[in-house]
Design a protein around this ligand. Structure first.
Ligand code: SF4
Length: 414
């Protein structure tokens, strides 16, 4: 197996908060289903949070090909989650018998061309806070997981593109990551990176290299252009002209915000019951409010940003946002979507975070967004990446491309 690319500054040690066990579907391989049936794990399943152990019906929802998902409790948590936030399968059968999906979370492997990429999900509070052991110090455990993942869910190596149809060679991708990182880390007047100014610099660069004329350059000249202009832009002391996000970019962001909030509504309310009428009605009102029509709802209240201010230069918040952006840049090129779309979607999540964090802070009576509210907002936004909704599949379009970077640079999520 080739070397794995990951964010060298990312830490992780599971804090057993149980957040992941309360949210998404947990997929089981055919081998796991068979082994769990043989071990009679239904004995450890709970139908409701406080009910005694013992499943009333099959704890697995079958999927084609022998796969399955673990049936959820009434409150949406995994039926094998104990009252102490522990996995009952882990407790009874041992850590290595826990579902592979759970052993992997929050990391994910992407068999991209060149070096395969490991990403860490910012839906996990430990990843957001960057706590625990460095991932680079867990190479043995990661190698074991990667092997198991490759065996159970084999995926073909994916080509990396800059934009749809424009292949990006591994060396050019490495250069791109490096120059974006240099731009991101440029110190601002207060010594620490000015994230909005630095994302503006990234936006200008990204816009330049994605011009039609540049994209048509033959690969060696394109790589040279990417490097020369990138290095110059990262170091240049020339002030950058401001540029407001376009009206279309702002409109698309509202759709993006709706997708984020709607995914949570569906997660909390849908729970396998399909789009019921009351949920549909709430989604409609959400859509209207996201577009500036109609009053706020508990899950989305755009007026919150006026009640709780977000100051990105506040050290505790700055550290979280910088960590998120840095991790994004370091692991660009998963091959799941073109690199510039990956970047745009990641920044769009940060834009949604601004709104959701302000909402979280306002609800708690705070006038400033603190680290807790920012982390909550970020996790809530990024949760959409785990939801299997049609809006989730449209993320790249809804992000508005480079417009999401201009939106962030201008702090204009309203
Ligand atoms: S959300 Fe993260 S820290 Fe919490 S239980 Fe899951 S993996 Fe562990």
């Amino acid at each position: 197996m080739g070397a794995l690319l990951l964010d060298p500054a990312q830490r992780f040690t599971c804090q057993q908060c149980g957040r992941c066990c309360r949210r998404w579907e947990i997929a089981l391989t055919p081998g796991e289903v068979k082994a769990y049936r043989q071990a009679k794990v239904e004995r450890y399943f709970r139908e409701r949070e406080g009910s005694p152990e013992g499943a009333e019906s099959d704890p697995f929802d079958p999927l084609p090909g022998g796969y399955a998902t673990i049936r959820k409790r009434e409150d949406g948590a995994c039926g094998f989650l104990s009252l102490e936030n522990r996995c009952r399968i882990h407790e009874e059968l041992g850590a290595d018998r826990k579902p592979l999906t759970c052993r992997l979370f929050p990391i994910r492997f992407h068999p991209a061309e060149g070096a395969p990429v490991l990403t860490a999900s910012f839906s996990c509070p430990t990843i957001v806070k960057n706590e625990g052991t460095l991932l680079t110090a867990q190479s043995r455990e990661i190698a074991t997981l990667r092997k198991a993942w490759g065996r159970e869910y084999p995926e073909r190596e994916r080509p990396v593109e800059l934009l749809a149809g424009r292949r990006l060679a591994p060396e050019a991708l490495a250069t791109l990551r490096q120059v974006l990182r240099e731009m991101l880390d440029r110190p601002g007047p207060e010594g620490r990176p000015d994230l909005r100014a630095n994302v503006l610099r990234m936006a200008r660069y990204v816009e330049d290299v994605s011009r039609h004329r540049v994209m048509r350059l033959p690969p060696p000249r394109f790589a040279e252009y990417l490097e020369l202009t990138g290095r110059y832009a990262a170091k240049s002391e020339q002030p950058l002209a401001a540029r407001r996000p376009s009206a279309l970019g702002r409109l698309l962001f509202r759709g993006f915000l709706f997708a984020v909030v709607a995914a949570r509504e569906q997660l909390e309310d849908g729970r396998g019951s399909g789009l019921r009428l009351d949920l549909r009605w709430r989604l409609l009102r959400l859509l209207a409010h996201a577009h500036g029509v109609g009053p706020g709802l508990p899950s989305l209240d755009r007026a919150a940003v006026r009640r709780a201010r977000l100051d990105l230069q506040r050290p505790e918040v700055h550290g979280l946002a910088w960590h998120y952006l840095r991790a994004t840049v370091q692991t660009l090129g998963t091959g799941r979507r073109p690199v510039l779309d990956e970047l745009a979607v990641a920044v769009a999540f940060l834009n949604a975070t601004e709104m959701l964090a302000a909402q979280h802070a306002a609800r708690k009576g705070k006038t400033l967004v603190d680290a807790e509210s920012f982390s909550e907002g970020l996790m809530e936004a990024v949760d959409l990446t785990h939801a299997d909704t049609s809006a989730g599949r449209l993320l790249a379009t809804l992000s508005g491309g480079v417009e999401s970077l201009y939106l962030f640079a201008n702090g204009q999520t309203q």
